[in-house]
Write a protein that binds this ligand. Structure first.
Ligand code: IMP
Length: 210
């Protein structure tokens, strides 16, 4: 039987994000797909800044992937992601990164969310992480996929792993926050893992075609 590795070509993909934690999760989740040569912005001589001014994860992911694919003359994937909290009508959503202000730290964003949820009982603290990934070449947008992971917002931060809102995102199946969970488990059940599973299925036939 011909192995998959022999039938597929290698392909360089720029991961269009400056968020190193996000990038390292993407690389870790795709580590067995050695036919994908994943590169960061530091591997390209000029990477323009892209303003994330869309009102949906999809708009932002498409804008980042298409702009950087053109500017760097390579295939580019972009992950736009964030936290949607039901009791806050879906906020922080696309503003997750800068919820407490333009240069907000993870701690400040968490503080703002927790203060807005003060007094809200557990059963109404439902939330989900959403991850939208777009893949583009310099000439076309290939596809957009989306993954999500359901959970609850805790009353206070717990755990030391991960980034962003991980310390306040509680997953019932594991009775732990994302920041308490072993990172290998987060990388199996997360919104990013779910989106990347679809990404892998959609990119394989494209790479085989070239
Ligand atoms: P983006 O770079 O605009 O996609 O910002 C995403 C923001 O959403 C991050 O800065 C985090 O605040 C939050 N976020 C996205 N994914 C995760 C995750 O896996 N864990 C914790 N926070 C996340």
């Amino acid at each position: 039987m011909t192995s998959f590795v022999n039938t597929i070509h290698a392909k360089t993909i720029l991961i269009a994000t400056h968020n190193e934690k996000k990038r390292s999760e993407i690389k870790e989740i795709l580590k067995d797909d050695s036919w994908l040569l994943l590169r960061g912005p530091e591997d390209f001589p000029f990477v323009p800044a892209v303003e994330e001014d869309g009102t949906t994860f999809q708009e932002n992911a498409i804008k980042k992937a298409t702009t950087l694919a053109k500017a760097c003359n390579t295939w580019a994937m972009a992950d736009d992601s964030g936290l949607e909290i039901d009791a806050l009508n879906g906020r922080p959503g696309v503003y997750s990164c800068r919820y407490a202000g333009p240069h907000a730290t993870d701690e400040k964003n968490i503080e703002k969310v927790l203060s807005e949820l003060r007094g809200v009982p557990k059963e109404r603290r439902t939330a989900r992480f959403v991850c939208t990934i777009a893949l583009a070449s310099p000439d076309e947008l290939f596809f957009v996929v989306e993954g999500c992971c359901e959970g609850f917002i805790t009353e206070g931060p717990k755990g030391k792993y991960g980034f962003g809102y991980d310390p306040i995102f509680y997953v019932s199946d594991y009775l732990q926050t994302f920041a308490e969970l072993n990172p290998a488990i987060k990388n199996k059940i997360s919104h990013r893992a779910s989106a990347l599973k679809q990404f892998r299925e959609r990119i394989q036939p494209l790479v085989q075609r070239i």
